[in-house]
Design a protein around this ligand. Sequence first.
Ligand SMILES: NC(=O)c1ccc[n+]([C@@H]2O[C@H](COP(=O)([O-])OP(=O)(O)OC[C@H]3O[C@@H](n4cnc5c(N)ncnc54)[C@H](O)[C@@H]3O)[C@@H](O)[C@H]2O)c1
Length: 427
Amino acid sequence: MSTPLPVSRRDFLATTGATTAAVAWTAQSYAKIIGANDRIRTAFIGAGGMGSGHLGAIKQLKEPDNVEAVAVADCWLTRAQKGAENVGAPHAMQDYRKLLDIKEIDYVTIATPEHWHSRMTIDALDAGKAVYCEKPMTHSIPEAQEVMKKQKETGLAVQVGVQAMADDSYSSAAKAIEEGVLGQVVQAQIEYVRRYDKQGPWRDPDISDSTPQPSDLDWNAWLGKAAKIPWNPHHYHEWRCYSAYSGGICTDLFIHRITRIMKACKLTYPRRVVGMGGIWQWPDCRDLPDNFEMICEYPRGMTVYVLGTMSNRVPVDHLIRGYRGTLYFTPTGWVAKDKDGKTLASHTKTGGEDIVPHHSNLHRHLRTGEPLNCPVELGMAGVVAVNMANESWRTSKVMGWDTVNQRMVPADTLDLGHSPESSAAAG
Ligand SMILES: NC(=O)c1ccc[n+]([C@@H]2O[C@H](COP(=O)([O-])OP(=O)(O)OC[C@H]3O[C@@H](n4cnc5c(N)ncnc54)[C@H](O)[C@@H]3O)[C@@H](O)[C@H]2O)c1
C-alpha cells in the first residue's frame, strides 16, 4: 500500500475523491481514521514484565505522539492498579472485557502469555479497537488464521509486537534483494543464543512450590482456554516452560529472528520445517526444550536456519546467502559483499529493535495509513514457521505446509517435490 499524506478525518472526507486511489482502507478502518491533531486513546491488557515496558513507551510518547493512556487491565488486580498509576490512566480493572467496553479507547496493547493472544485480539477487534499484540501473534496456527480473518473483516489495525520490524534494515534488504544485489538467494542463517545460570531458561529463583497465590489474582481467568488446574506458581510466573501457554524458545525468541529474514526475503509459509533440540540441561518438569534449532525450507527454493541454545552465548553471523553475494546484518544496518569480499551495496539503518518506534508506527498508521511494520500477514507467517518447528520436535517428523487446506501435516503425506515453485504464491 502506498503511503498517503497525513490528513485529518475532516480533510480526508473533503478530499476523498482525490485520495482514495492511494488508500486501501476498508469502510470500517476509514471510519476509524484519527485526525493529525486528535489525541489517540490507548489501553493495556497485561501489566507484567512486558506490559510495564509498554506503559513506559506510551509515557515517553505522550507528548510527541499526542497519545493518552485510559485504562489498564490485569487479572492480578494489584498489577493493573500499579500500572494505571504508573501511566496516569484513570481506570484499572481485573476483567479485560470491561476495558473493551470503554468507548473512547482507540487501541489496546496486549501483553499477556501466548495462550491469551488470539482471544483478546479478536475480542478487541469485535469491540472496534485497533490492536498492538505482543509476539507471537497467537499460540497456534488455527488461532492465527482466525485473527487474520477477523482483521480482514473489521479492517482494524493489528500491529504484531516484533519490534525489530521498526528497524528499516529488513525492508531495505528486501529492496536490494529484489533488485538482484545478491543474485539468486538460496540460504539465510540467524540465531538466538543465551547462557542461563543454574536455574535454566525462564526459571525465577524467587519462585518455589510454596509461593502463594496473590489474593487479588483471578487464577481461572489467567488459565483461560488451558486446562483448569489448582494454583501453580511455576505456571503463573514461569509460563514459558509449559506448552499449554507457550511454544518456548521457538515462539518466544526465534519469532524475533525469523521474522527479520521473512521480511528481508519476502517469505510467507515454509514448505518443510524441521525442529530439533531437547530438555538437555534443565530436566526440571518443563515440557518444552531448553535447547532448540530449526530449519525451514521455502517453496521459492531457499532454506532458513535458526541456531539456538540457552547454554552458550557464542553467536553466528546473521546473513543471507545468494549466488552473487552475501548480505551481512550488522549493528548499524547491512552490507552486501561478493565472493571476493568486494562491497556490492550497504545500508545504514534508521529505527531499531525498539517498542517506542513500533508504537509510533501504529500511531501514524491510525492517523495517515502509513503501512504497519508488522501486520497480521507477517505475524501469521511467523506463527506458521515456529509452530511447524515445535510440532516437528514433538512428533519427530518433518512437517509440511498443505497449501490446499492451509494447515501443517507430516511432510511425507504431501507431494512436495524439491524444485522451486515458480508461482507468485511461492514464499
Ligand atoms: N517483544 C519483546 O521483546 C517481549 C519481551 C518480553 C515479553 N514479551 C511478550 O509479552 C507477553 C507477556 O510477557 P511477560 O513477560 O510480560 O509475561 P508476564 O507473566 O510478566 O505478564 C503477563 C501479565 O498478563 C496478565 N494476564 C494473564 N492473563 C490475563 C487475563 N486473562 N486478563 C488480564 N490479564 C492477564 C498476568 O496476570 C500478567 O500480569 C508475551 O507474549 C511475551 O512473549 C515480548
